[in-house]
Design a binder for this molecule. Structure first.
Ligand code: APR
Ligand code: PHB
Length: 395
């Protein structure tokens, strides 16, 4: 098989990239390890920045998101019995975020690419292996239905997530990896109950962090910080809800409607960046190159900015034979990535319990108190939360 862009991974990054390229007449093949049902069933993020919303509109996959997504103008921070609203829209000249689950977005993207003549998707592609990208003969080898197959292409996009094959195929000496792990994880619970509040609530509490999020007006997503040694089985729904209520202000806790969980899982927190993001004719995109702790809701949105930079560069290459944007892809994407890595790390550091030393909590409370008392403090949270611009105008 021959195509223009060989894409490894049919998650949000690979699907968005294929779709944006197709609209400019550029053909691609997506090799996805799992089935469509498996990919769509994964419960992941749910907050889209304005920049990502715009990208999805440009990709013509936004109809259902624009109908069913919830636009949020603010978030609430709680600490020391206080409830402080950050007015995102007022502090950022009218920018907002959209609540729309990655699960729903992935369905919309598959509906679009599977009826798109410029995109071929191979599900259950085994042992995908990128080759030749350093010597100008890029190809993807893989197994399908017991046979060895390959795709020859002009460029490879590694959109295969943190555990994928693309980053792993780069010679170690060419790549630098930066990593921080955190001494806790998030236990998440999804339930078909109305959200406790009409905006997201981020709670700093002596017992640990908690977050009240949502997927719709009828579906809640709740998280609590837990130790890395915790097992989901030790957290029946009643224990989860008791614990999250203890971490919330009394009136919020009292109004929480609980119901049976439809999903419950623990995720560790990690900051990770691989540099650079281009190796000859291989580009890394999304989680394949970086991971952030979920506190700032940045993971999915960073995938969107990578896709924006790479699709723009590929369109310039095929349309005008320009290679300068491809040459700048890594540096441009990494600048925004590091900004989000910093924000996600910082937002984690002021909201989570790192140890039992009471001075740590007192210092967090003093920092939150200061931030809330200052328009500059509130603005720095708001600007980062709604997302820094895709174009690096924050110089
Ligand atoms: N071969 C083929 N496909 C692979 C391979 C492989 N060796 N390894 C992984 N994949 C597939 C996975 O099955 C998955 O569908 O690549 C896809 C990667 O998708 P994600 O992990 O969702 O990564 P990405 O598309 O970059 O999405 C951005 O940011 O913070 C997160 O929640 C956010 O998952 C979202 C991600
Ligand atoms: C989510 O709804 O899954 C979610 C929302 C906000 C975050 C993290 C996760 O900061």
């Amino acid at each position: 098989m021959r195509t223009q862009i060989g894409i490894i991974g049919g998650g949000p990054s690979g699907l968005c990239l294929a779709r944006l390229l197709s609209l400019r007449g550029i053909r691609s093949v997506i090799l996805e390890r799992h089935t469509r049902d498996y990919v769509q069933a994964r419960i992941r993020a749910g907050i889209l920045e304005q920049g990502m919303v715009n990208l999805l509109r440009n990709a013509k996959v936004s109809d259902r998101m624009d109908r069913e997504g919830l636009v949020h103008d603010g978030i609430v921070l709680t600490f020391a019995g206080r409830q402080e609203r950050i007015d995102l829209a007022a502090l950022t000249g009218g920018q907002r975020v959209m609540v729309y689950g990655q699960t729903e977005l992935t369905k919309d993207l598959y509906d679009a690419v599977l009826s798109d003549d410029n995109v071929a998707v191979v599900f259950e592609a085994r042992d995908v292996s990128p080759a030749g990208f350093l010597d100008g003969t890029p190809r993807l080898d893989y197994g399908k239905d017991g046979r060895l197959e390959h795709v020859d292409c002009d460029y490879i996009a590694g959109c295969d997530g943190y555990h994928g094959a693309s980053r792993a195929s780069v010679p170690k000496a060419m790549i630098t990896e930066y990593e921080r792990t955190y001494p806790f994880g998030w236990l998440g619970l999804l339930s078909d109950t109305p959200p406790v509040h009409d905006e997201l609530v981020y709670a700093n509490h002596q017992r640990g962090f908690a977050l009240c999020s949502m997927r719709s007006r009828a579906r809640s997503r709740y998280y609590i910080q837990v130790g890395l040694d915790e097992q989901v089985g030790a957290w029946p729904d009643s224990r989860f809800f008791d614990e999250i209520r203890r971490r919330l202000p009394d009136d919020v806790a009292a109004s929480m409607i609980t119901g049976p969980s439809i999903e419950k899982s623990i995720a560790p927190l990690r900051s990770f960046v691989a540099e650079p993001m281009r190796f000859g004719r291989l580009f890394l995109v999304g989680d394949a190159a970086h991971i952030v702790p979920p506190t700032g809701a940045k993971g999915l949105n960073l995938a969107a900015s990578d896709v924006h930079y790479l699709s723009t560069a590929l369109v310039a290459f095929y349309g005008e034979r320009r290679t300068d944007l491809l040459d700048r892809y890594s540096a441009t994407a990494l600048r925004r990535i590091w900004a989000a890595v910093r924000f996600s790390w910082w937002f984690t550091s002021i909201s989570h319990k790192f140890n039992d030393d009471p001075i740590e909590h007192k210092i967090q409370l003093a920092e939150l108190d200061y931030l809330m008392s200052s328009t500059a403090g509130r603005t720095t949270i708001a600007e980062n939360y709604v997302g820094l611009p895709f174009e690096p105008t924050f110089a």
